[in-house]
Design a protein around this ligand. Sequence first.
Ligand code: FE2
Length: 342
Amino acid sequence: MSLCHTVTLTSYPFQLSKFERTLDMVAAAVPVATAPYAAPKSLTCTLGPPWQGLRGSLGSARSLQCPKKERRCTRKAGSCNVTAKFELKPPPYPLNALEPHMSKETLEYHWGKHHRGYVENLNKQIVGTELDGMSLEDVIIVSYNKGDILPFFNNAAQVWNHDFFWESIKPGGGGKPSGDLLELIERDFGSFEKFVGEFKAAASTQFGSGWAWLAYKANRLDVGNAVNPYPSDEDKKLVVVKSPNAVNPLVWDYSPLLTIDVWEHAYYLDFQNRRADYISIFMEKLVSWEAVSSRLEIAKARAVEREREEELRKREREQAKASESEGVEMYVDNNSDDSESE
Ligand SMILES: [Fe+2]
C-alpha cells in the first residue's frame, strides 16, 4: 500500500482578517504534519472568489485551501512533505479576442511569457518553504511582511494581479456601469466622469511599473500587515489607489474591484510609450463592468458578513463577562452566609 495520496481541492481561496488568516494557516498546517495515512480522496469545497469572506457560510469547513484549478496539493503522509503547484490560468477569451484594442501579440507576450514566468518562478520559490501549501492569497499576505517584502511576494502577487486583470476586461467592454455600482461611484466620486478622471490619473501617474485599482474599502482599520492608505476614511466606500510593482489592495485588506496593469509589458507592443492612450482604450473599450459589479456585490456581502461575525463575537464576550460577574457574586454571598453562621 502506498503511503502517498493526492488531495485535489476545488475551493477558491478567500480572504480573512489577519487574525483569522493566522488561525487558518496554523490550523491548515497542523493536520498536514500530523495526519495519519488515509485512503486517497478528493474533496470539493464551496466556490467563491478570493475577496469573499466565506468563514461564516463555510462554518468550520477549513482544510487546505486551493484555488480552483490552480493548484494540486500532494501530501506524502510518510515524510509529511507538502508540495503545491500553482497553475497558469488562461484569460477567459481567446488571445485575439480583444483586438484591435489589445493585440494577440500583446497577450502572447503578456500572458504567455510574463504571466507564465511569475507562475513558474513562484512554484520554484515556495517549494519546501513554510508557504508551500498555502493559498495564493495567504502567500501574498504573509510575504508582504509589512512592506518589507519577502522574495515570494512579487511573483505571488503578480500571479494574482494578472488573473484579476484578465478577468477585468472582455471583448466588447467599456461604456458605463449601471445599477448599484454606478450609484456607488456617483456617491463616492461625484460622477462617473470624475471617477474615470481619478482612475486615469492614478494609472498615468504611477511612476514606473505598477497598477491602478478601484477597490471597495471595508477593512478593519488596523490592517496589521500594511499601512492603510486611507486610515481615516469611512468604510464601505469605493476608493481609487495605485500601487508600485506587484503590490495590490489585498495587503490593505481592501476588496479589489477593477485593475489596470501599467507595466510597460502591458501596452508597449500596441502603444509604445503612449500609456495615456492605453489607459483611455482600457476604460472606453475593454473594462468589463459586469465583472466589476459582481465583485462589488461579493465585497458588500463580505462586509455585512464580517459585521455580523464581529457583533456575534462582541455578544459572546459580553456574555462571558456577565457570567464571570455572576460567579464572583455567588462567591461573596457564600462567604457572607458562613460568617453569619459563625
Ligand atoms: Fe503585466
